[in-house]
Design a protein around this ligand. Structure first.
Ligand code: PXG
Length: 460
């Protein structure tokens, strides 16, 4: 392999140089420098190897993105061939190219029929930046320029750029200079933590009705759209109660507010449907996509628009004053095309729905259904969350649940499995190509990590 960097340096050497130059994501950099990050050097299928030669089962698909796993030769071949043919061109000044055209043909053959257009970006954050301007433009074109306000949810995550983090509801991100005008938030539908005495169905409706109250408070004539993840990802892999989405959809339609689904994590087969909104049975006006679009092999995202929105923007909108140098990048588009073909032609999404998804959830219920530390198992397809709980009867959570979950994640690394912790929840989202044997290994190693955590918490 002709890698442009030295292939085998000492771990400490990598760590020292990393500390000298990098500000990592969502971490106290000084503390990380003292500890030293793990250096990942290779991936194959569901497995990763670090610079010490230790092997891990990646239960998180990288960052929820490597749908096909690591080391797929069809994706690398697609990238190399496109680089040889046309390494770069763009969609500015009246040009286009075959890779992006064929990608869009395939993308819209997989999407429900009421979507027709896409604006490509390089990431999910950018997709949501574009979303705000596109939604506002849409209402301008319809003669309602005062419809500008976006409503998001507390603890929602829509990216780390300025407007995307403002749409999201992570207060600690807002505090880091991350607010913009004309954005409002409502509560998240996290029944286990916040549902109190209400049934999940009652709580789901109650949370949805907050949207109606917020729209009335702000004036429907001022509200442009509501953005939400079909299920919360970064916020803890939280599935809303079944009553939630139908009521949200009713409210958006009643008040002429665009329903914007952030499918960055939910898209491309994660739930066993191509898109998560199909699993929950609602019909958004826009979809923000990224991650699984290329299986993470190259950065690419996009904003998908309904025919109704696209028709207004194209037929009546005039100049659309937006463009990114790398929108529809030919190499990323070629990789996305190869990735979507593989997901379709190898029946991977069907396999998640009919075989590996149900298998994983049956397994998790067997292993963790009566576990003293686990109060709830949520998810569908190759997506699962385990909720830590101190008292199952009252759903009382540990005061130090964040530390416990982080500890569990560390135990996982020691056992050779990567699972994600958020607050008091452990998350699994393995590559969609996972076999039953790999899911067995994921559950077994997670069980060891959870048992070790339960001992610390005094539950075993
Ligand atoms: N929307 C959603 C729903 C996301 O989950 C983004 C937008 C932003 O995408 P980019 O490509 O700009 O990162 C995301 C990203 C985690 C984790 O561990 C989640 C994300 C990113 C990094 C870590 O939960 N989601």
């Amino acid at each position: 392999m002709n890698l442009p960097f030295e292939p085998q340096r000492q771990t400490q050497d990598y760590q020292a140089s990393d500390a000298a130059h990098h500000i990592h994501a969502f971490v106290d950099q000084k503390a990380l420098n003292a500890e030293g990050p793990r250096v990942m050097v290779r991936g194959e299928g569901l497995y990763l190897w670090d610079s010490e030669g230790k092997r891990y089962l990646d239960g998180m698909s990288g960052l929820w993105c490597t749908q096909l796993g690591y080391g797929r030769k069809d994706l690398t071949a697609a990238a190399a061939a496109q680089m040889d043919q046309l390494a770069y061109y763009n969609m500015f000044f009246h040009t286009t190219h075959p890779a992006v055209i064929e990608l869009s043909e395939l993308l819209f053959s997989l999407l429900p029929k009421h979507y027709s257009h896409v604006i490509y970006t390089n990431s999910g954050s950018e997709a949501n930046e574009v979303l705000i301007r596109t939604v506002r433009r849409y209402w301008q074109v319809l003669g309602k320029p005062q419809k500008k306000i976006m409503i998001g949810r507390w603890n929602g995550y829509h990216g780390s750029t300025l407007a995307a983090s403002a749409l999201g509801g992570m207060k600690f991100m807002h505090e880091m200079g991350g607010l913009i005008p004309d954005v409002a938030h409502i509560d998240e539908p996290y029944w286990y933590a916040q549902g109190g005495e209400l049934t999940p169905a009652e709580f789901g409706r109650r949370c949805a009705l907050q949207l109606e109250e917020k729209i009335l408070e702000l004036g429907a004539q001022n509200v442009a759209g509501f953005i939400a993840e079909p299920f919360q990802g970064a916020g803890g892999m939280i599935f809303p109660p079944e009553s939630y989405w139908p009521e949200i959809q009713r409210i958006c339609r009643q008040y002429d507010v665009l329903l914007c689904a952030d499918e960055v994590i939910g898209g491309f087969g994660r739930t066993g449907e191509w898109f998560a909104h199909q699993h929950f049975g609602f019909e958004p006006d826009t979809l923000s996509i990224a991650k699984g679009l290329t299986s993470g092999y190259l950065p690419m995202g996009g904003l998908v628009l309904s025919k109704r929105m696209a028709e207004a923007l194209v037929e009546r909108g005039g100049v659309f004053a937006h463009g990114l140098t790398y929108s529809g990048h030919p190499v990323a588009a070629a990789v996305a095309l190869a990735n979507l073909k593989a997901l379709r032609d190898e029946g991977i999404v069907h396999q998640v729905k009919d075989d590996t998804g149900p298998y994983l959830h049956t397994l998790l219920h067997e292993v963790f259904g009566n576990h003293p530390l686990i109060g709830e198992i949520q998810g569908t397809g190759l997506l699962a969350a385990l909720q830590f709980v101190e008292d199952k009867g009252t759903r009382k959570r540990f005061a130090n649940e964040n530390d416990l979950a982080w500890q569990c994640r560390t135990f996982g690394f020691e056992e050779g499995v990567i699972i994600r912790s958020t607050l008091g929840r452990m998350i699994m989202a393995p590559a969609l190509v996972a076999s039953r044997a790999e899911l067995d290994e994921l559950a077994d190693k997670t069980r060891i990590a959870v048992d070790r955590t339960a001992r610390i918490a005094g539950k075993l």
